[in-house]
Structure formats: C-alpha cells, structure tokens
Design a protein around this ligand. Structure first.
Ligand SMILES: [Zn+2]
Ligand SMILES: [Zn+2]
Length: 393
C-alpha cells in the first residue's frame, strides 16, 4: 500500500532547467538591472527572440509537425527547427509525439502525458520534473516525422543546437552590443523562462479556465486572454475538436498571430494546403454542444413541457439538416470524381456541370444559414426557459 504512493524519482536535467533557471532568472535579472541596467536594444531583442521561439513552437512544432495542418517549404521548416530548438522544449520528434498522445488520450491520467485530470501544477510543469511512466517515449505515432530529414537532423543535433540558440546567439549579440552579461541575462535567460511558462499555459490553464462552445467531451477551453499570451493557442476548445485546422482562433478578430503567420507564408509560397474546417462543421459542433447543454438543463427542471417539446422539434430539424448536408457532400464528391475522370469534356457538359456546382454551392450555403438561424432560436428558447425558472423560484 505504501509502495504505491511513492513518487517516481526526479528528472535531474529537467529539474535544473525548469526550476534552476527560473530561480537564477528571479535573482540575477533584477540584480543586474539595479546595478547596471538594461537598454531598449536588449529589451527589443528579448521580445523578438520570445516571438521567434514561441511562434516556431506554435506554428512549427505544433500546427505543422504535430497536426500536419499545412505543408511547409523546406526553408520554413529549417527556420522552425532552429528557433524551435531555442525554446528548449525538447526536439520536434519527442514534442510532437507527446502532443499527439495528449490529443488522442486527452484527460486520461495514465496515457495523456500532461493530463489536466492530474491537476493544474502537473499539467503545467509537474509532469516534466519526475520520471513518470506516462513520459516514456513512444514514437509509434510519429513514423511520418521519422521520415522527415529536418526533424531527424534537429533531433540528432538537439543539444548543440539548443545551446547555440540559447547561449551562443545571445553572447554574439552581447559582443556586438558591448554588454555580454546583460544581453545573456535578458535575451537568453529571462526570455527563455517567460517563453517556457506561456507555452505551458496551453497545457495547464487552457484546460481549466474558459468556455467550451464546441465540445464538452474534454477539459480544453477557449480563452481570449490566454490566446494573447500564447501566440493564439488559447482557443484550445476549438483546437481539441478540430486539431488539423491551421487556425485556432477562427474569427478574423480573434488574436491568433500563428494563423496570420501561416497565412502570410501561404501568400509568399512558403506554406501550402492550409487546412480549414468547413463552416458547416463548426456550426454543427456549436449546436450539438448547445443542444446537449439545453437538454440536460431542461431535464433537471420540473414542468416546461411546451418548451421541452419545442426543443425536441428543433433537435429533429437539426438532425434533418445534418442528413441533408451528408447527402449533399456525397453528391458533391461524386460530381468531382466524374469531372476528374474526364467524362465531361465537351463544352456543353462543362457548362451544365458549372451550373450544377453553383446549385450545390447554394444548397450548402442555405444549410449553413439554417444552422445559424437555429442557433439564434435555441438561444431564445433558453432565454424563455431561464425566465420561466426565475419566476418559479
Ligand atoms: Zn490540450
Ligand atoms: Zn494540439
């Protein structure tokens, strides 16, 4: 019985990195600031390094390699491999493999390496400090990455690479600037510690704090404030249901610099095949979640029979929309296949097919609109229900 409670031994290297470095930063950075001071040049470089490291993790390690949300030109891959190594969060191969396990077994305390079910501290950084069984590398989910020469080169040269990016580059920058110690402390040390913790927020806070509009089947949450700190990764509820979308914040106004960077790379030919989930699927997920929430709320309340009937009718309508959409998808797929096989080569056929495609497109748009309207009706229905409940109380 006692044996089972013994925690696994510490991981000394990680302990030095994740506990030693923050303590060193807390003491040395203010001390140097008081006695020598920092200048704008150093602060700006620290900020630049922070974004270069952070967005190589989110745009490269995460959305490109772990989720294959788009394809990248080799030049962009090399860029992410170098600057991502500078974030000191392990090699692409290990990171992406761990992350795929996190998605596949989310909230499973045995298989998810940073399961939120084991608490805020564990999911933030506790999971790295000890030799937990859930940390045992299992690369069976990363065969594609093992075939990527950039990934494998970075994995093999990781220690040299991360040392150069974290120490070598800041030293060179310091020599150029004329203050080696100050530059290393700010651009090297403080920047590293800050980037560690904001990235770790995605595994910890983004599974505890925020809303769950797309799915309630896991603990991931959408949080605009966290998105601001995490280079756009705070829309984590959306990300957990649609992980292959290159965007995390899908609305144009949602703060997601990683999505803007990928879109820009797409414009200049550095990225291609940017994967976007269709609006219909997104609306369907929101409605599905809203319906199950409404149903459980109404089930607990006494009376309200007419509202319950309305909810059932709306749900039936929702199912009909989904079925229509599935049928349309099948039709659209069939049409594309026919066109590709060259069956419609003649001009007449071509025009006919154009017309049919346009008609299909209209039907898709109409269905999308129907779901949008249904969301509004469901909102009104729930308002009525809440009013009724308030009167009863
Ligand atoms: Zn997550
Ligand atoms: Zn992910």
């Amino acid at each position: 019985m006692k044996q089972a409670q013994i925690k696994p031994p510490f991981n000394r290297v990680n302990l030095a990195i994740f506990v030693g470095l923050p303590i060193a930063a807390l003491i040395l950075v203010p001390l140097w600031g008081i006695y020598q001071g920092y200048d704008t040049f150093q602060w700006l470089w620290a900020l630049a390094f922070l974004y270069l490291n952070g967005m190589s993790i989110t745009g490269g390690y995460h959305r490109l390699w772990a989720h294959r949300a788009y394809n990248a030109h080799p030049a962009l891959k090399w860029f992410f491999a170098f600057w991502g190594a500078g974030a000191l969060q392990n090699s692409i191969l290990i990171w992406a493999s761990d992350h795929r396990r996190h998605h596949r077994h989310v909230d499973d305390n045995v298989k998810d390496p940073y399961s939120a079910g084991r608490g805020l501290w564990f999911s933030h950084m506790g999971w790295m400090l000890r030799q937990y069984r859930s940390n045992t590398p299992d690369l069976s989910n990363a065969k594609d990455l093992q075939r990527d020469p950039v990934v494998m080169w970075q994995h093999e040269h990781y220690v040299v690479l991360t040392t150069f990016m974290n120490l070598g580059l800041p030293v060179l920058l310091g020599i150029w600037h004329g203050d080696i110690i100050g530059t290393v402390l700010l651009v090297g040390l403080l920047r590293l510690v800050v980037n560690h913790h904001v990235t770790f927020f995605i595994n910890s806070l983004a599974h505890f704090w925020g809303k769950r509009p797309y799915t309630e089947t896991n603990s991931a949450r959408d949080n605009g404030f966290l998105a601001f700190l995490t280079y756009g990764e705070g829309y984590h509820n959306y990300h957990h249901i649609f992980q292959t979308d290159y965007r995390n914040g899908i609305r144009w106004w949602q703060w997601d610099p990683t999505k803007w960077m990928i879109a820009l790379c797409g414009r200049v030919g550095l990225a291609s095949n940017l994967n976007r989930v269709s609006n219909f699927k997104i609306q369907r997920a929101i409605l599905d979640t809203a319906f199950s929430r409404a149903r459980s709320e109404m089930a607990e309340a006494e009376g309200n029979e007419s509202l319950k009937d309305m909810l059932d009718r709306e749900y039936q309508l929702f199912t009909d929309f989904i079925n229509q959409w599935t049928a349309l998808r099948a039709e659209s797929y069939e049409r594309t296949r026919e066109q590709l096989s060259g069956a419609l080569e003649e001009k007449k056929h071509h025009l006919q097919s154009k017309w049919e495609n346009a008609a299909l497109h209209t039907q898709f748009k109409t269905l999308e609109y129907s779901l949008k309207m249904q969301r509004k009706r469901l909102g009104l229905l729930m308002e009525q229900f809440n009013c009724h409940q308030a009167q009863m109380a």
